[in-house]
Design a protein around this ligand. Structure first.
Ligand SMILES: NC(=O)c1ccc[n+]([C@@H]2O[C@H](COP(=O)([O-])OP(=O)(O)OC[C@H]3O[C@@H](n4cnc5c(N)ncnc54)[C@H](OP(=O)(O)O)[C@@H]3O)[C@@H](O)[C@H]2O)c1
Length: 244
């Protein structure tokens, strides 16, 4: 690896939008670390991408397990000494259920991955990102996390937001976290953004989405590779900013 070679870690990259983000970043010449909570699924994904000529390695990483997160950071430190790109992609949903039917336990479970997992991984990887000349953090959010959409009864997303309290509110929290990290890290040249990939057909929604995972990955790759004059603390689709 040359010192100019960039290294990216993508959480939940063994399938779906995370794996397509890995494929696209690798095609740009980035060394990509496939974070996955299953060694079998992670190795299989890395093997598939290596078969396409990509420089891709598997890293065992369950974002809800502090020891797993710490061990992954130690491994990346020992192998690469720094990290240039972090894509917090791993995510889960629960439901459908009316908001009044949802238990705190269900919300807590979703937040463990979608919110606390992002904080744990970002906290562990920041020392490595700070060693990069131009670090980028991309948080995989969703338009379903937009408070503006949730507050609009005529929103085209209301059919989803009205039955997905754990998921939607977890992505609102993720958006807030994104802005707060961006504010702190702006002065260090670390750009932090939340992206929405659009409604993509993946296991998350039993393949009901209308876009491909590859199309969804495009905005994450754009922000992962954006120049120093790019946005930070923004909430973006590939067509531009989304209302918070
Ligand atoms: N699909 C959409 O329409 C859509 C729209 C907006 C936003 N998003 C967001 O995009 C991201 C990727 O979703 P997707 O649609 O590609 O879904 P997916 O195909 O279900 O992929 C989710 C990935 O997250 C991983 N994951 C779940 N919990 C994890 C944990 N504790 N530790 C590590 N990895 C974990 C899964 O691993 P396993 O294989 O082990 O389960 C899988 O690799 C999510 O954050 C999602 O909220 C998706």
């Amino acid at each position: 690896m040359t010192t100019s070679q960039k290294t990216a870690l993508i959480t939940g990259a063994n399938k779906g939008i995370g794996m397509e983000t890995a494929r696209r970043l690798a095609a740009l010449g980035t060394t990509v670390l496939i974070g996955a909570r299953s060694a079998e699924r992670g190795e299989a994904a890395a093997e598939e991408l290596r078969g396409e000529g990509a420089d891709v390695r598997f890293v065992l990483l369950d974002v809800t397990d502090e020891i797993s997160v710490r061990t992954a950071a130690q491994h990346i430190d020992a192998t690469f000494g720094r990290l240039d790109i972090l894509v917090n992609n791993a995510g889960i949903a629960a439901g459908p259920q009316a908001p009044s039917e949802v238990s705190a336990a269900t919300v807590r479970q979703v937040y463990e991955t979608n919110v606390f997992g992002v904080i744990a991984v970002t906290h562990a990887m920041l020392p490595l990102l700070r060693r990069s000349a131009a670090a980028r953090i991309v948080n995989m959010s969703s338009e379903l996390g937009s408070l503006a959409h949730m507050a609009d009864p005529g929103s085209p997303w209301s059919a989803y937001t009205s039955i997905l309290l754990p998921y939607c509110s977890s992505k609102s929290a993720l958006n807030a976290i994104t802005v707060l990290y961006a504010n702190e890290l702006r002065g260090e040249g670390i750009l932090v953004n939340a992206v929405s990939p659009g409604y993509c057909a993946t296991d998350l929604n039993r393949h009901s989405g209308i876009r491909t995972a590859e199309e969804g990955a495009a905005v994450a790759v754009d922000l992962a590779t954006v120049g120093e004059d790019g946005p930070t603390g923004a909430f973006l689709t590939e067509d531009g900013p989304i209302p918070w």
